[in-house]
Design a protein around this ligand. Structure first.
Ligand SMILES: CC(C)(COP(=O)(O)OP(=O)(O)OC[C@H]1O[C@@H](n2cnc3c(N)ncnc32)[C@H](O)[C@@H]1OP(=O)(O)O)[C@@H](O)C(=O)NCCC(=O)NCCS
Length: 190
């Protein structure tokens, strides 16, 4: 398995989404339904984030993040020797070449997940789990024993995802996001 070009766990996906951006459609549920119906026979890959991915990454980032990173922040993170940024791509290079991404930092035996996001039209299809599996396997193989992250305390999809990977609540940062919303701290021991 070559690092930086991993096919997700042998899973096969066929995501024939007909629209270039999720908000081209009045009904986002319909987009999701179409993607789910055909999620069966086409592989996706996880690869190192490159400059050419940034437009798609920034679109996904702008869709939900409370603290969206700018282009410069992603570029800086991609250059950071302790930083790792990866994208999930459809193999068919169609209108949504990038359907998810993540950034994390590994220092010594500790890792911090900084960003994880799935394109809005492709959520709830198992791709978040694929990204997390990649991240944890990748980091464990490099000696990471403790994983940290922060998440908005009401972000149930994300908290549910992290609990599936045995993250546990380890604290709370009051008014962490924009001075208004609390962050839940979560930790996982490898
Ligand atoms: C959090 C996020 C990455 C999850 O990605 P995803 O591809 O939708 O997740 P998956 O399809 O792999 O689902 C993972 C689990 O969460 C559950 N889940 C996903 N979306 C959900 C939702 N909206 N409501 C309830 N549960 C949900 C799934 O059912 C699954 O659990 P299960 O296996 O027990 O059924 C995605 O919602 C996202 O990009 N959110 C915006 C960015 C964000 O909030 N990132 C986290 C910042 S810390």
């Amino acid at each position: 398995m070559s690092f930086g070009q991993r096919t997700t766990n042998g899973s096969l996906f066929s995501i024939r989404c007909l629209f270039s951006r999720s908000n081209d459609l009045p009904n986002r549920d319909l987009t999701r339904k179409l993607a789910r119906i055909s999620l069966e026979s086409e592989k996706v890959t996880i690869q190192k984030m490159e400059a050419k991915d940034l437009e798609e990454v920034l679109f996904i980032e702008s869709s939900d993040s409370l603290t969206p990173w700018s282009r410069d922040m992603f570029v800086e993170e991609m250059r950071n020797p302790l930083g790792y940024c990866y994208v999930m791509r459809r193999k068919d290079e169609s209108k949504h070449p990038v359907i998810g991404f993540m950034c994390f930092r590994n220092i010594g035996e500790e890792s911090e997940l900084l960003k994880i996001s799935v394109h809005p039209a492709y959520r709830h299809l198992g791709l978040g789990k694929e990204l997390m599996k990649f991240y944890i396997d990748f980091s464990r193989e490099r000696g990471i024993t403790t994983f940290y992250l922060e998440v908005h305390s009401s972000n149930q999809p994300a908290i549910h995802l992290y609990r599936l990977f045995s993250y546990q609540s380890s604290g709370m940062r009051k008014k962490f996001y924009q001075g208004k919303w609390d962050a839940l701290l979560m930790t996982k021991k490898a």
